[in-house]
Design a protein around this ligand. Structure first.
Ligand code: UDP
Ligand code: MG
Length: 320
């Protein structure tokens, strides 16, 4: 059997500090796999420049001139990690049998790629890279990430625990995935929905080699909200449940109020009414906010705007 053609898809945003260090590591990994006859000799690396403001795209262009295994596409503006990754995967799927997505900062152990390819060769169509521990994370990142996975699970979203976006996906799966037309994407929660045979490979995640994370608290929260609201409607159901619960509570309160009135024990009760008013005001606003989040999502979905626009490629148009 011919070895599969592999494309490693790497999203890069303002990574001029780290890319020159990690790119040769990816290249030597590709060369090693070709040497072992595990992947086809035409396998390569596809960098996706996500509208970087620094010299990342220049670096990618220079690299592409240095080895036929390097190639790159550039998005017309910054669209975020998920969209950049999707752009790379959709671009790659036409030219390969398998893709592996990985961050460019050297945090994910590239040696797990060998095992991922082996799993593919033994029949898996999706291989999830799963971190065996979170020792390299700060306490804050570790605990916030863990509560995030737990919350996702409670909300009925099937995600692989401690799996980010380090993953092998076959072009067969990507072909089916291309029919998922939604604009709000959360790839790690969506691939399990495609089905096919899948498995996990465990690896140790290191600290970033250089540069700094692009996921501050604000972006992590946004990713969490997107992940839940694009894959689950349970929060809206919870609101309905909350509504029922408080209706019952207020009914009981009503009986209590009537009782107190007839027993003649009514007091001015200013503070309690104020507390209750504020409390229900808060609940209502939160509920409206959650519903608004979904309405906003529907608004974005119906517009069906393109998720990304590719402005440049390191190869000629006719090669496509
Ligand atoms: N990234 C991207 N677009 C963005 C933010 C990040 O393509 O808007 C890329 C980034 O270059 C890196 C990967 O996504 O390869 C993961 O980002 P980062 O390492 O900052 O996140 P962390 O590992 O801290 O979660
Ligand atoms: Mg990182």
């Amino acid at each position: 059997m011919e070895p599969p053609r592999l494309i490693i898809v790497i999203p890069c945003y303002n990574e001029e500090q780290v890319l020159p260090m990690t790119a040769p590591l990816f290249l030597s990994k590709i060369e090693e796999l070709i040497g072992l006859n595990k992947v086809d000799a035409s396998s390569r690396i596809l960098f996706v420049n996500d509208g970087s403001l620094d010299s990342t795209w220049d670096i990618i262009q220079t690299l592409s001139g240095q080895s036929p295994h390097y190639s790159g596409i550039s998005l017309s503006c910054n669209r975020g990690h998920q969209n950049a990754l999707l752009a790379g995967l959709m671009e790659a799927r036409e030219f390969c049998d398998i893709t592996i997505s990985i961050d460019c900062d050297g945090q994910d152990d590239i040696n797990a790629i060998n095992q991922m390819v082996d799993e593919y060769l033994s029949g898996a169509e999706i291989v999830y890279g799963v971190r065996d521990n979170r020792d390299s994370d700060s306490f804050f990142k570790r605990s916030s990430a863990q509560s995030f996975y737990k919350l996702m699970h409670r909300m009925g979203v099937k995600t692989i625990y401690n799996h980010a976006d380090y993953r092998l996906v076959s072009s067969r799966v990507l072909k089916e995935f291309s029919h998922f037309k939604e604009v709000n994407i959360f790839l790690r929660g969506m691939f399990p929905l495609v089905g096919f045979k899948s498995t996990c490979v465990y690896y140790t995640r290191h600290k970033r080699i250089a540069g700094k994370s692009h996921y501050p608290l604000r972006k992590m929260l946004a990713l969490a909200v997107d992940g839940i609201t694009s894959l689950s409607i349970r929060p809206i159901r919870l609101i309905t449940g909350l509504g029922f619960f408080f209706s019952i509570v207020s009914f009981l309160l009503m009986i209590f109020a009537f009782g107190s009135y007839f027993w003649g024990t009514t007091v001015p009760g200013w503070s309690s009414s104020l507390t209750i008013t504020c409390f229900f005001g808060g609940i209502q606003l939160i509920s409206l906010g959650v519903i608004g989040e979904y309405v906003g999502k529907i608004y974005l979905e119906v517009k069906q705007r393109p998720k990304y626009i590719i402005s440049e490629r390191t190869w000629d148009e006719e090669k496509k």
